[in-house]
Ligand binder design. Structure first.
Ligand code: NAD
Length: 473
């Protein structure tokens, strides 16, 4: 298979697609290694994860380089690899504490004479399927706590961004006791992975998430889905308009808007709408593309070219229905890459595609509201419920509005904080996800199966206890 460089447009990287047999044999190898890994205990596993974190830190350069070729962005790639390292260190610290805090019993039951002991064991083989927008972070965000729990982990990165796997595999060769492996390829490889594992975490689009959930239903394994979003930001009349513009811009366009928790709809109070839009357009104009010099500027090319077309189609749909483009508005072909300057859209209406479908680009549609009730209603009027944000004159006011939004995580006085805060437990709502939170302690605890050892401390009942006593039916 080939991967495309989003700056040059060239398919300049070749990698081997895993065959069905290779996937099955990787799964078998991991299953064989898993009991020994689990037997290491939480402290033993934490030590190995810390060694991996150190080894990745030492070999960060080739990993960052591979990642930045696939994504067209250098600083974000550095942040991603640091995030991967931080994730390992965080779980290596928190994992053993969590195991120590598990209530194993024995504890008395409400049933007389019975005491309960709980035994915890990990799902033997965990599987992850990841998207292309943050390839390293999202391939490992669930795999690391699964490993900490005692699972072996089989990971399928996106076929669009596979380059980081080669340098990470080189690091893993130094740590043979860690049961972590990668399979490479597209949908068919993802399908095969689901058939091999005991628990699957999927991050990607809602459409594919439904298919993965169906497949997991067929093999009856637990599935966690982290899917798309259409995150709203409400800006109330008491917010400072320039500050709000500053926050809204970053939260919408960082990483070219290719982030699930990007702000994709802005609702601003009529009282401050004019200065807000003026400041937002001015801030948006200041954002520079990382072309021609990849070492300068703020936002890079679209990673996946079809995404650029989808985003342009949404902008065109909006303008054909009366939206005004204040900045940006047109995908530019520069070198071999497709870029879009931050695109602020005014006069948008709820029926436009850009207000209903996930955009995944640096587009900021702005709706002016007169009535806060109506803004809350419109913000909740979506199939998605990933995250949301509120900006107001005070934290208290923002919190009151935020509590009414139907989403898994609400950023107050900022936007798109979800991905930066690893210990903020949250569950995506509606078509944005399914299952326990990947953030917070449940990020690891979900991979432990509870087994009840039910102790009889009195006399077991005789069959006579169930004998018919002559009562008429
Ligand atoms: P995608 O759904 O197209 O692909 C995701 C992964 O699924 C890829 O590895 C792909 O090869 C694999 N896949 C495709 N078909 C499959 C099948 N039938 N069975 C098993 N696996 C299959 O998503 P994408 O375009 O790579 O990523 C962008 C999407 O991801 C956006 O919708 C974005 O919002 C979402 N996302 C969500 C989160 C979150 O945490 N909620 C984070 C990042 C991205």
């Amino acid at each position: 298979m080939k991967a495309r460089n989003p700056r040059t447009g060239e398919e300049d990287y070749e990698f081997m697609r895993s065959t069905r047999e290779e996937i099955a044999s990787a799964a078998k190898r991991l299953r064989t290694a898993q009991p020994e890994w689990e037997a290491l205990g939480p402290a033993g596993r934490a030590k190995v994860l810390l060694r991996l974190a150190d080894a990745v830190e030492k070999a960060a350069e080739p990993i960052v380089t591979a990642l930045s070729i696939d994504t067209g962005r250098r600083t974000v790639s550095e942040i991603e690899v640091q995030g991967f390292i931080g994730n390992m260190r965080r779980w290596a610290g928190r994992g053993p504490e969590l195991f120590a805090g598990l209530d194993r019993g024995p504890k008395p039951s409400a049933t007389p004479g019975i005491a309960i002991v709980t035994h915890y064991s990990a799902y033997p083989l965990f599987g992850a399927i990841a998207p292309w927008n943050f390839p390293v972070i999202l391939s490992h965000v669930d795999a690391v706590p699964a490993l900490m729990a005692g699972c072996a982990a089989l990971v399928k990165p996106s076929e669009v961004t596979p380059r980081f796997v080669e340098p990470v595999r080189a690091v893993l060769a130094e740590i043979p006791e860690l049961p972590l492996a990668y399979v490479m390829g597209g949908a068919d490889v993802g399908e095969a992975l689901v058939e091999e594992v005991d628990y699957v975490c999927f991050t990607g689009s809602t459409a594919t998430g439904r298919k993965v959930a169906e497949a997991a239903g067929r093999t009856l394994i637990p599935v966690n889905l982290e899917l798309g979003g259409k995150d709203p930001m409400i800006i109330t009349a008491s917010a400072d308009p320039e500050w709000a513009a500053h926050v809204a811009l970053r939260a919408s366009v960082v990483a070219t808007g290719q982030a699930c928790q990007s702000i994709e709809r802005v609702f601003v109070a009529q009282e401050i709408a004019e200065p807000f839009l003026k400041a937002l357009a001015a801030e948006a104009e200041r954002v520079e593309l990382t072309h021609p010099d990849p070492a300068k500027g703020h936002i890079g090319p679209f990673i996946f070219p079809a995404q650029a077309e989808k985003v342009q189609a949404q902008i065109d749909d909006a303008t054909s229905k009366g939206a005004r483009v204040l900045t940006g508005g047109r995908v530019e072909q520069l070198g071999g890459g497709k870029y879009l300057r931050p695109t602020v859209l005014a006069d948008v209406t709820p029926g436009m595609e850009v207000m209903r479908e996930e955009t995944f680009g640096p587009v900021i549609p702005v709706i002016i509201y007169e009535d806060l009730e109506d803004a809350v209603r419109q913000a909740n009027d979506t199939q998605y419920g990933l995250s949301a944000a509120v900006l107001a004159g005070s934290l208290d006011e923002a919190a009151k509005v935020g509590a009414r939004l139907e989403a898994g995580a609400i950023s107050l006085q900022d936007g798109a904080l979800t991905s930066m805060v690893g210990d903020a437990t949250n569950q995506s709502r509606k078509a944005s996800g399914l299952g326990p939170s990947r953030m917070g302690d449940s990020g690891m605890l979900r991979f432990l199966r509870e087994q009840a050892l039910i102790r009889q401390t009195g006399d077991p009942l005789p069959i006579d206890a169930y004998a018919e006593r002559g009562a008429r039916a």
